[in-house]
Design a protein around this ligand. Structure first.
Ligand SMILES: [Zn+2]
Length: 413
């Protein structure tokens, strides 16, 4: 199987030059206007590849069908998803640079020469010597998360339409907005998608197939003080900001993202806003297991109870909102979607690996809603930073994996 790598590359380079940063403060879907530009482009590309049922929903989901080539009638419909938005950690409007046949020397990014990609500090980069590496120019993301996923799906679909002799069932394609702000599949109709099993192309390392994500809640603490004129406030004023400072100080320092890794969870204050009268603190609670997540919520309740006892004149409210759950809880009941993905990776000539994702994917929510959706590698690295990079050869292997996966579901049907 030979993927047309130059076609894949030119599509990828075009996608990363769209500014598709999402914005969690926005109430609309997609959350930003920039995403629409890429959405319309993808719609056109799918149409010119000859796909059927190409449709953009009112919320910016690009859907399309690759009709079945198999004569079997019971092949499950498989969907492949990737997200169009980029993280808000820095600008997503990339000026991509292709480093052909990477020689292993440090890559100095021209727009910010302090940004250097070096094989000593980025172990995976060493494995890519001789390959074609794509980086941004130093002041922006590359946006390989997740435009590499989009390019991989496009390349796989293109290959399949050029090779109708490859047997597969009906495939559905979905490019969605707003993954980075946790709303990637919120307004996706599973009925409209119409798939039995799905895969997100949104994992990192070559050969990676993930089926575990964090379980996640969001917590809000609202602290209402007592207002008074500061000149005559003695004995009356209760300053909400001082209580907020005590609240944050009481959070366990070790159970934080900056001090945890692997399978450890955390409590992460992400946003604070307010005045002397009212402060709101927003936190992310993360754990792989639901009981660990509940323990973190309980910990917040205990801290709040202590502060209420210390300052009964203040009003302190805690609200915990469910976000998503570890997709393993559902996938372990029927591991075929995961096993087939690992077999597809082997057929490409790679060794499958798996990681417990320290975050959520669109697949976490889809799986919980009843559509099993493991996450497959795209080859992107150092995402959400100016040093983000991806190897063209890895993206081609991603496209091969997608094709093998489509074939496997047909073969085993
Ligand atoms: Zn992503």
């Amino acid at each position: 199987m030979t993927i047309d790598s130059e076609d894949l590359l030119s599509r990828f380079l075009a996608y990363v030059q769209f500014d598709t940063q999402s914005d969690h403060h926005s109430e609309t879907t997609p959350s930003t206007a920039g995403q629409w530009e890429l959405i319309w482009k993808l719609e056109q590309e799918l149409k010119s590849l000859g796909l059927t049922d190409v449709h953009v929903t009112e919320f910016g989901y690009v859907l399309a069908t690759v009709p079945a080539t198999s004569k079997k009638e019971n092949v499950p419909c498989v969907a492949f998803l990737a997200h169009v938005d980029t993280a808000d950690s820095c600008s997503g409007l990339a000026k991509p640079i292709v480093h052909r046949k990477y020689d292993g020397q440090p890559i100095v990014l021209p727009d910010a020469p302090s940004q250097i990609l070096c094989v000593d500090t980025i172990p995976h980069l060493h494995d890519k010597i001789g390959e074609d590496i794509i980086t941004a120019s130093g002041t922006t993301l590359l946006g390989a998360d997740d435009k590499s996923g989009i390019a991989i799906i496009m390349a796989a679909v293109r290959h399949l339409t050029l090779h109708p002799e490859i047997p597969h069932g009906k495939l559905r394609i979905c490019f969605n907005p707003d993954e980075e702000i946790g709303r990637g599949t919120e307004k996706l109709s599973l009925k409209e998608l119409g798939a039995t099993v799905a895969y997100t192309l949104d994992a990192e390392n070559l050969g990676e197939v993930d089926y575990e994500s964090f379980s996640a809640d969001r917590a809000f603490v609202d602290i209402y003080g007592v207002a008074a004129h500061p000149g005559w406030a003695k004995g009356t004023m209760v300053n909400a900001m001082r209580i907020a400072a005590q609240f944050i100080d009481a959070l366990p320092a070790n159970i934080s993202p900056e001090r945890s890794a692997g399978r450890q969870g955390f409590i992460h204050p992400v946003e604070i806003s307010g005045t002397a009268e009212h402060v709101r603190v927003e936190m992310l609670l993360r754990d792989f297991e639901v009981d660990g997540l509940e323990a973190k919520g309980k910990h917040l309740e205990d801290v709040v109870a202590r502060l209420r006892a210390m300052e009964p004149r203040a009003r302190i409210e805690l609200e915990i909102k469910k976000q998503y759950r570890n997709m393993r809880y559902w996938l372990e009941k029927d591991m075929r979607p995961v096993e087939y993905a690992m077999e597809a990776v082997r057929r490409v000539g790679l060794v499958p690996t798996t990681e417990a994702i320290r975050g959520g994917t669109d697949g976490s929510r889809l799986t919980e809603r009843g559509l099993p959706t493991p996450n497959i590698f795209t080859g992107f690295h150092n995402v959400h930073s100016e040093k983000e990079w991806v190897s063209l050869q890895d993206m081609c292997k991603g496209a091969e994996t997608v094709i093998h996966l489509a074939k496997l579901w047909e073969e085993r049907a």
